[in-house]
Ligand binder design. Structure first.
Ligand SMILES: Nc1ncnc2c1ncn2[C@@H]1O[C@H](COP(=O)(O)OP(=O)(O)OP(=O)(O)O)[C@@H](O)[C@H]1O
Ligand SMILES: [Mg+2]
Length: 215
């Protein structure tokens, strides 16, 4: 279980706490959807969980061990909002290999299969993929790191209807094998994916909103 205990965070330049004594428990292989108004701190929360931002107060525990920010950076795979903007590989193959000293072709094949990009030509630039495929590639990059927790910031943002469905299907494929936290404005889109829907407001997780069931 991932256990966030009494997390508070106020940026040095900020006047108020963005995250205020927040508690959250996520079970292994559970899917959580976090909703909330713009500016409510959803992205900040993902950055805290993934160790990119260090809260002033609180503990983050994974399987009964307190994790340091550095450990969380290893444990978590974060797919940022508009991840395709951060591709730096000149080809898909190079993008997948960034940060790996040695990577077996077999691993690449397994991960591409998982995200539904099996037939892809690795020598083409990432920009030649469709919007939905680019999101899949961004997920593949994270999966190659074998993260314990996968975090998605607005994974359907800026995609048209069919590509949003594509992303939903990808998450459906990852369920039961990964602990997943998704920040979204559109929880209805994820209907059919067994998940808990939570609301972030005034720095806290407000009462549990609803549960999605398998479609
Ligand atoms: N480094 C910082 N310094 C000052 N204020 C910050 C900093 N980072 C974030 N904030 C403020 O914290 C609040 C929460 O920001 P955050 O990006 O986490 O919100 P969000 O819920 O992801 O919003 P959106 O839905 O628009 O993406 C905002 O009011 C933002 O301006
Ligand atoms: Mg955000």
């Amino acid at each position: 279980m991932l256990d966030l205990k009494e997390i508070s965070y106020q940026p040095q330049t900020g006047e108020r706490k963005i995250i205020d004594n927040l508690n959250l428990k996520v079970h292994e292989n559970e899917i959580i959807l976090i909703c909330g108004n713009s500016g409510s701190g959803k992205t900040t929360l993902l950055e805290i969980i993934s160790g990119l931002t260090n809260p002033q107060k609180g503990k983050i525990i994974w399987k009964n061990k307190i994790l340091s920010p550095r450990q969380r950076r290893w444990f978590c795979g974060i797919v940022f909002q508009f991840p395709e903007r951060y591709f730096i590989g000149t080809t898909i193959g190079k993008e997948l290999k960034i940060g790996h000293k040695s990577l077996r072709e077999k691993n690449i094949e397994i991960v591409l299969n998982k995200v539904g990009l099996k037939e892809i030509n690795l020598t083409q630039p990432p920009e030649q993929l469709s919007g939905g495929q680019q999101r899949r590639l961004a997920v593949a990059v994270q999966l190659l790191r074998n993260p314990s927790i996968l975090l998605f910031d607005e994974p359907t943002a800026g995609l048209d209807y069919s590509m949003r469905n594509d992303v939903k299907n990808l998450i459906l494929d990852l369920k039961n094998k990964n602990t997943i936290i998704i920040v979204t404005h559109e929880p209805a889109l994820f209907e059919g994916i067994p998940s808990r829907i939570l609301f972030l407001e005034k720095g806290k997780i407000k009462n549990f909103v609803k549960e999605n069931h398998a479609g």
